[in-house]
Design a protein around this ligand. Structure first.
Ligand SMILES: Cc1cc2nc3c(=O)[nH]c(=O)nc-3n(C[C@H](O)[C@H](O)[C@H](O)COP(=O)(O)OP(=O)(O)OC[C@H]3O[C@@H](n4cnc5c(N)ncnc54)[C@H](O)[C@@H]3O)c2cc1C
Length: 304
């Protein structure tokens, strides 16, 4: 029996073949992957991890797909998704700090709300980022003057078949980047936060939610498409290049925020990608600035 067949047999309902992935991203469009492995505990990983590696398929961990565009069609890769015991949240007071252990599969907005409610402060900003803790570490997600790098102590990472503790230095968090490579799976992160007033913390959470509703579009999108170039804003450059509201087939640059692209229901990821490329081209012609996308891609000749 090949490692692939063994993984499918041993994994049972944890392993899905030809799994639709695009539909699980926040763009809600795009293709499928050869295997989707849903892990709910370290024991699952111990059992299935060696076989996952032996299949020889490229491995990619995916959280909520809120920064991910999956090319239409099927991709010969293995995607890991974390739930259950790998999505828990606990915290304890220790030496004037609050030490928070967050499973990588946990939604950041859920973590932000639960911590604020108990008067653990410093993570309220994350209520506006619809990703998981794992995706947040990989992207060094941030907003409202903070990011993961502001509070991370260390992370537990499955890399080359072993589980290691990565210090914040090793994680190498920069502006929407980290030192994690394709195939590395963040299992958990330890955040160092502080005690504060629960009422004020929950008010800050409500402020962030209010700000998001006022300034960002709803619907199917992947958040900011491009990073802000130094001393400027991608949205300003896109608007100046006349791209606000620009449509390509089933994808459209948002009228509300020019650095967002919205996908029509039953649209195509390929249209989103074409529009993204078109916007980059027009901005380059208009301002001389080459925008760099914040998104991660499966297919499109990019990864993995
Ligand atoms: C409406 C909207 C608003 C947004 N606002 C913000 C914002 O304010 N600030 C901001 O920074 N981002 C924002 N984003 C983008 C996105 O939410 C973040 O980048 C988030 O961190 C992605 O997390 P995810 O779990 O969805 O990751 P995914 O999109 O699933 O994956 C993104 C990358 O992270 C990697 N990854 C995911 N999980 C793991 C893991 N466990 N281990 C290793 N690698 C992993 C993937 O391989 C991929 O490379 C927004 C998105 C939307 C849709």
């Amino acid at each position: 029996m090949s490692a692939f067949e063994e993984l499918v047999a041993l994994g049972g309902e944890r392993v899905e073949e030809h799994a639709p992935l695009g539909a699980r991203t926040t763009y809600r469009v795009g293709g499928s992957v050869r295997l989707l492995v849903t892990l709910s505990s370290r024991a699952d990983l111990d059992k299935l991890g060696p076989l996952m590696t032996e299949t020889g398929l490229g491995i990619l961990s995916v959280g909520n797909g809120s920064n991910l565009l999956v090319e239409d069609g099927e991709h010969d890769i293995l995607v890991v998704h974390l739930v259950g015991e790998l999505a828990t949240l606990t915290w304890r007071d220790e030496g004037g700090l609050v030490v928070v252990d967050a499973g990588a599969g946990l939604d950041m907005p859920i973590a932000a709300r639960r911590l604020a409610k108990d008067g653990v402060v410093g993570f309220e900003w994350a209520v506006g980022v619809p990703g998981t803790i794992g995706g947040g570490v990989a992207m060094n997600a941030g907003g409202h003057g903070a990011d993961l790098a502001t509070s991370i102590g260390h992370a537990t990472v499955w890399t080359d078949g072993t589980t290691e503790t990565w210090t914040r230095q090793r994680l190498g968090l920069g502006y929407r980047t980290s030192a994690l490579r394709v195939g590395d799976v963040v299992l958990a992160a330890t955040l160092l936060l502080r005690r504060g007033d629960p009422g004020e913390a929950e008010e800050r959470v409500r402020d962030v939610v209010r700000w998001r509703r006022e300034h960002q579009p709803g619907g199917a999108n992947g958040g900011s498409v491009f990073r802000n170039p130094p001393h400027d804003h991608a949205a300003r450059l896109i608007e100046a290049a006349g791209c606000k509201g620009l449509r390509y087939a089933s994808a459209r640059v948002s009228e509300k925020h020019a650095n967002f692209i919205q996908a029509d229901a039953n649209g195509r990821a390929d249209d989103v990608f074409t529009l993204l490329s078109l916007v980059r081209e027009r901005v380059s012609e208009d301002s001389g600035v080459t925008l760099v996308s914040e998104h991660r891609f499966i297919g499109f000749g990019v990864t993995p």
